[in-house]
Design a protein. Structure first.
Length: 402
């Protein structure tokens, strides 16, 4: 389908969409379709779906909380779910039956991976779906995988060297850190390809990694829907996944925008298990329909140009201001707080400033531990006089990507 003529692809997508809408057991989806006055039988074209209001990622948390774990969003009985995960929010993510449920295999092929590659997966395998997601795609392609997770760099470098791993799948910043460490220890690695995701890939970082003889290509997706888009060897934007409807929508009207205009990435995965119709990712991008030298006919997303809404991605994980509010609500001695994310040596740093009625090193340690538990991220905490604390109660993004 990646190479199909656009008219042919539209026809395939429309008939799959029609079948999913007709058979879905999702009460939530049925309400949304009824509100938009859509019936599967009358659907003439996939664009008819644009009368359905966008379902925002920020809303998922509330919908699921009202009827945990999936809030009427599942399209199949719970007995068909293979695994379930919890992403920050919390938002619960299902994994349905079958191999490569999140459809990353095509992205790995585009990134130059092959059957027989030995791929180290440096994403978490605990609670959040990222590790399993990429592992399934690499296994579907015929790679041997090393489910390494994040952390334990010493053992990971040893495993990379002993296994002769040829491919890396993970955050680009984490790969850079591993390569620095391996070089400092004089350990030679056999890595040829890196597939990176979950954080921006600045050009300077791509150049730095490729200078070490490793080809770097990136992909884009979410815990909710899996793969959305990926780069081909031309590295001139990310082709949208062939079996998914991907629109760039006006953030006010919710309607699709023409190619070349910036808006929110809104997707409809043709997935009967979790039919998130018109799912607003909160990520901003631009679509290009210019032909690509690789021959794929799917349009391309020209990078992720920031976020709509309050969620912010730090080292590949979403964090929300309400999570910080929860932490500080349980610590009455902290009078006020402010958090800022910056970029230091190709790595995200989260710094939290606190002003307290009676503060000492013990309070700083307590705050650090609670933030780590709630956000699943290490951050630095600093006690400051309240007059020095600017933007109280806010989480700010001051990262510069260059
Ligand atoms: Zn291409």
């Amino acid at each position: 389908m990646e190479y199909s003529a656009p008219g042919e692809r539209e026809e395939q997508l429309r008939s799959r969409l029609q079948a999913i809408l007709a058979e879905s057991q999702s009460s939530h989806l049925q309400h949304r379709l009824a509100a938009a006055e859509i019936t599967p039988a009358t659907l003439q074209h996939t664009t008819d779906l644009t009368s359905v209001a966008i379902l925002r990622k920020d809303e998922l948390r509330e919908i699921q909380a009202a009827a945990p774990p999936f809030g009427g969003l599942l399209g199949v009985p719970m007995s068909e779910i293979k695994r379930m995960f919890q992403s920050p929010g919390p938002i619960y993510d299902p994994q349905g039956p079958g191999a490569d449920y999140w459809a990353w295999e095509a992205a790995f092929v585009a990134a130059g991976l092959n059957a027989g590659d030995r791929a180290i997966i440096c994403f978490s395998f605990h609670l959040t779906p990222a590790g399993h997601m990429f592992d399934e795609g690499a296994r579907a392609l015929g790679c041997m995988t090393i489910p390494a997770g994040i952390g334990n760099q010493e053992q990971q470098i040893q495993t990379l060297a002993h296994s002769g791993a040829t491919a890396y799948i993970g955050l680009p910043s984490y790969l850079n850190a591993l390569l620095d460490k391996a070089a400092a220890q004089g350990v030679a690695l056999a890595l040829k390809n890196a597939f990176v995701s979950a954080e921006p890939l600045p050009q300077s970082l791509r150049v730095a990694i490729e200078a070490r003889g490793i080809n770097v290509q990136q992909g884009y997706g979410t815990a909710d829907v899996g793969c959305i888009a990926y780069e081909c060897a031309a590295k001139n934007g990310m082709h949208v996944r062939a079996d998914m409807l991907v629109d760039i929508c006006d953030t006010v009207t919710g309607l699709p925008l023409p190619a070349g205009e910036i808006g929110e990435v809104v997707v409809t995965p043709l997935n009967p298990v979790y039919p998130l119709v018109r799912f607003g990712t909160g990520d901003m991008s631009i679509l290009s329909d210019a032909p690509c030298p690789c021959g794929r006919t799917t349009p391309r997303l020209l990078g992720i140009q920031g976020r709509l809404g309050q969620g912010m991605k730090v080292r590949g994980l979403f964090i929300y201001p309400h999570q910080l509010q929860v932490v500080f609500a349980g610590l009455p001695t902290v009078r006020t707080w402010s958090a800022v994310v910056t970029r230091v040596k190709h790595r995200d740093e989260l710094k939290v400033l606190i002003a307290a009625n009676k503060g000492d090193a013990e309070l700083v340690r307590q705050v650090t531990d609670r933030l780590h538990t709630v956000l699943k991220l290490k951050c630095s905490v600093e006690l400051v006089p309240s007059r020095n604390l600017l933007n109280p109660g806010q989480l700010r993004d001051e990262r510069v990507w260059e």
